[in-house]
Design a protein around this ligand. Structure first.
Ligand SMILES: Nc1ncnc2c1ncn2[C@@H]1O[C@H](COP(=O)(O)OP(=O)(O)OP(=O)(O)O)[C@@H](O)[C@H]1O
Ligand SMILES: [Mg+2]
Length: 225
């Protein structure tokens, strides 16, 4: 069942009369339950594609449907609601708030989403960070910070997790922990995962591999197991 559909998606950025043509006629259907890797050289449009698919950025032309409805038909309130409750984002540089503890960082995501049910202890247990809940981000390793960022992404029980190079700043062991967690979220919690990665090693966790080059899809194949 399709969960995201991009039809003839074009994305340009125009700043000070200079237009950058980033995504050029992208057509993709992402199905519920997929674990999809997106790869491509730096500047090929991977992050932009995640932003457009998740509604963080509007496309210049074409259409993006999420949960079977065109983003253009969502009110700004509905778009905000989707961002808060139905999708989760994991960024390359963790983006944790430095003055809040691990627990508070996740609590904040819960409060922003007006989520009464989210179980912070359970989210921390999923990523194995219960013992560090009173630590501040600066007191954690990079891999640990990324695990907290993942706990924050799942606290609102989203259907789709977008992860933009979540292992890019980690050593091999740290990267494996994050990839194993994403796999668990995909297998055991039925999350749809869209992962941007530069690492060939990560492809084996995924069941689909989309290759971007210069804003176009040049490959889309089933992979892994
Ligand atoms: N807000 C913006 N304004 C203008 N140009 C932008 C903007 N955001 C991205 N771009 C341009 O779009 C192109 C694609 O950027 P994007 O961040 O999607 O690449 P990427 O594939 O994620 O690269 P990387 O692997 O380095 O993260 C780049 O050439 C970038 O300069
Ligand atoms: Mg990027």
């Amino acid at each position: 069942m399709e969960i995201i559909k991009c039809v003839d998606v074009v994305k340009n950025y125009t700043n000070k009369k200079i237009t950058t043509y980033v995504l050029k006629n992208i057509n993709i259907i992402i199905n519920r339950g997929e674990f999809c890797a997106v790869t491509g050289p730096s500047g090929s449009g991977k992050t932009t594609l995640l932003y457009v698919m998740s509604g963080l950025e509007k496309c210049t032309s074409g259409s993006v449907e999420i949960f079977k409805k065109p983003l253009s038909l969502f009110s700004s309130k509905e778009t905000a609601e989707i961002r808060k409750r139905r999708i989760g984002f994991v960024f390359q540089f963790y983006n944790l708030l430095p003055n809040l503890t691990v627990y508070e960082n996740i609590l904040l995501a819960k409060i922003i989403s007006d989520n009464k049910e989210g179980d912070i202890a359970a989210a921390l247990a999923v990523v194995g960070m219960e013992e560090r809940k009173k630590h501040f981000p600066s007191q954690l390793s990079g891999g640990e910070q990324q695990r907290v960022a993942l706990a924050r992404a799942i606290i609102n029980d989203p259907e789709i997790i977008f992860a933009d190079e979540p292992t890019g700043n980690l050593d091999m062991a740290g990267g494996i922990v994050i990839m194993d967690l994403l796999k668990k979220l995909n297998n055991d919690y039925q999350k749809t995962i869209i992962l941007v990665t530069h690492s060939e090693d990560n492809l084996k966790y995924c069941n689909r591999h989309i290759k971007l080059l210069d804003g176009r899809i040049i490959g889309d194949e089933k992979t892994g197991f």
